[in-house]
Write a protein that binds this ligand. Structure first.
Ligand SMILES: Nc1ncnc2c1ncn2[C@@H]1O[C@H](COP(=O)(O)OP(=O)(O)O)[C@@H](O)[C@H]1O
Ligand SMILES: [Mg+2]
Length: 258
């Protein structure tokens, strides 16, 4: 397997780590059938890629084989922001190559310098990724990844901008919605929840990102967490979907008990 290196991964403060850890553990409780998880938001810059990267790293650190699938084909900043490059200076190939039939799935999965952490990068921008996403290769790719990994975290474009993320919902087991605290309007978030609802994508959690802990202005945040990084498990605005009766699954969380 080819390898890539992630050179810049910020260390998080304790409270952020804790909130993310709760998110990870709660995802484990969603059941073994939840493996492919889309991380999305309403608008750009809410922190989707940041959360995807940190959650992925955390899953890998506790021993789960975790794959980060970058599907922000139009605007991925992962390579630049996190200093991602191939170990042998080989040309990177990514998901778009596989979807377009230019590479085999095995050739676009990279081992990384995070033990248990694997990645399918985006290597260049694609003008019209919908064609790729509607291609049967996309579901084939996800089915393959599902078999190979404990978790597949899919970084997506925002729901409000283009149809790409909605297209992906059909192939993923559920979604995490990232909301930038104090910035994204409630109506906009509600609209995103409705979109996910209509697409029948179980909403596995909402991350209230960049919450202002000093300002004490956000009752939503204060009700749940005392960290700079709220995570509310489950369903906002009284929204609750079908998986609530699924019993907790411990198989992927065994390592957490250590
Ligand atoms: N909780 C956070 N703490 C600090 N910086 C953050 C946090 N969330 C996001 N950022 C930063 O905000 C910017 C936008 O985040 P990003 O993940 O790229 O957004 P998106 O993928 O939703 O467009 C990035 O520079 C990222 O590093
Ligand atoms: Mg992003």
């Amino acid at each position: 397997m080819k390898e890539l290196e992630i050179k810049k991964l910020p260390q998080l403060p304790f409270d952020m780590t804790e909130a993310l850890n709760q998110l990870r553990i709660n995802l484990g409780f969603c059941g073994d059938q939840i493996k492919t998880i889309m991380v999305t938001s309403s608008v750009p810059n809410e922190g989707k890629s940041f959360i995807t990267m940190q959650l992925w790293k955390m899953m890998a650190r506790v021993g789960a084989r975790a794959l980060l699938l970058d599907c922000d084909f139009r605007n991925s900043e992962m390579r630049r922001k996190y200093g991602i490059s191939s170990v042998n200076n080989e040309k990177l190939v990514g998901a778009a190559h596989c979807l377009a039939g230019l590479a085999n799935i095995e050739d676009v999965i990279y081992k990384t310098n995070i033990p248990n952490g694997y990645m399918i990068p985006v290597t260049g921008s694609v003008a019209n990724p919908n064609i790729l996403l509607e291609n049967p290769n996309f579901s084939r790719m996800l089915e393959y990844c599902k078999k190979q990994f404990d978790y597949v975290l899919v970084d997506t474009p925002p729901l409000g901008s283009v149809a790409d993320a909605l297209n992906m919902t059909h192939h993923c087991d559920g979604s995490i919605l990232v909301v930038r605290s104090g910035k994204t309007r409630r109506k906009v978030v509600e609209h995103s929840v409705q979109m996910l609802n209509r697409a029948e994508s179980p909403l596995l959690g909402v991350v209230l990102n960049r919450a202002d802990i000093k300002g004490r202005s956000n009752p939503y945040y204060h009700r749940y967490y005392h960290s700079g990084y709220g995570y509310k498990s489950g369903y906002p605005y009284g929204y609750r979907r079908s998986r609530e009766n699924d019993g907790p699954s411990h198989s992927r969380d065994k390592k957490n008990d250590e």
